[in-house]
Design a protein around this ligand. Structure first.
Ligand SMILES: [Ca+2]
Length: 259
């Protein structure tokens, strides 16, 4: 099945950061292709999504319903699962050096678990909100709903550096949400949009945008409660994407031949 969005060489306007909402910005737009479709639990308010080998690791949100799970992509069999304290609204997750890190939305707490058991081992504090989380093999990388992306030490969650997500013309783009690190780039959902952008981690400059609205339509057609796209995981040259309360996980190929 091929995505109907074929807009190579087209520059599409999207809204920029809140301070500059009225100004359209241009970002190279490219297409995608659906490779496979897998089941996803419609009770999961997806906030973090990442593979560790062939195992999917997912973090979910909402007070009293936030979870951290490890499960089989093909049949949804759960290997390990832990519930967050009811006061925590779970956000992004990532796995680095045998630990799972899970942000909370407004509590300023990053929960640290043993990957093998999902036993809670430690907690780090940070200022501001927690949204998306990924890692580049060395640093933990998080978003906070603004245009800033933070690179942090895995040992204590302290900030090493930041970049501002922006277009090549310098206009910042905020609401950066779920993250994935792949092929030397940071891939991100933008809150409220059914799209993915790719970001140069050195400069914050957006390399391209992929409109995945077609996938949300497919999700809604099967389950009307499907909310926005939010969940990017990368494995074996494919991206696996889902959304909040979506019944499906879509394996897709993103065309990297940007104009
Ligand atoms: Ca991810």
């Amino acid at each position: 099945m091929r995505g109907f969005v074929i807009l190579l060489s087209v520059f599409m306007a999207i809204s920029a950061c809140s301070k500059e909402k009225s100004e359209p910005v241009t970002i190279p737009e490219a297409d995608f292709e659906i490779i496979n479709i897998f089941p996803h639990n419609i009770t999961y308010f997806t906030q973090g999504f990442e593979f560790m080998g062939d195992t999917l690791v997912e973090g979910t949100g909402h007070y009293e319903h936030s979870k951290l799970l490890k499960y089989d992509l093909t049949n949804s069999q759960i290997y390990d699962e832990t519930n967050l304290p009811s006061a925590y609204f779970g956000e992004g997750i990532t796995v680095l050096n045998g630990k799972v890190y899970q942000l909370t939305w407004t509590s300023g707490i990053c929960l640290v678990y043993d990957y093998g058991t999902l036993n809670h081992e430690n907690s780090f504090s940070y200022s501001g909100e927690g949204w998306g989380l990924c890692n580049d093999g060395t640093d933990l990388i998080n978003s906070d709903g603004s245009s800033t992306i933070y690179f942090r030490n895995e040992s204590d969650f302290s900030v090493k550096r930041t970049v501002t997500v922006r277009t090549s013309s310098g206009i910042s783009v905020d609401e950066i949400n779920e993250l994935e690190y792949a092929n030397g780039l940071i891939w991100a959902n933008i809150w409220g949009e059914n799209s993915i952008i790719s970001i140069d981690p050195a400069t914050g400059v957006i390399q391209g945008r992929y409109d995945l609205s077609e996938l949300r339509e497919l999700a809604v057609n099967e389950y009307s409660g499907s909310e926005v796209l939010n969940g990017i995981a990368y494995k074996d040259s494919s991206f696996f994407v889902t959304g909040k309360y979506w019944p499906k996980i879509f394996e897709i190929k993103l065309n990297d031949q940007l104009p």
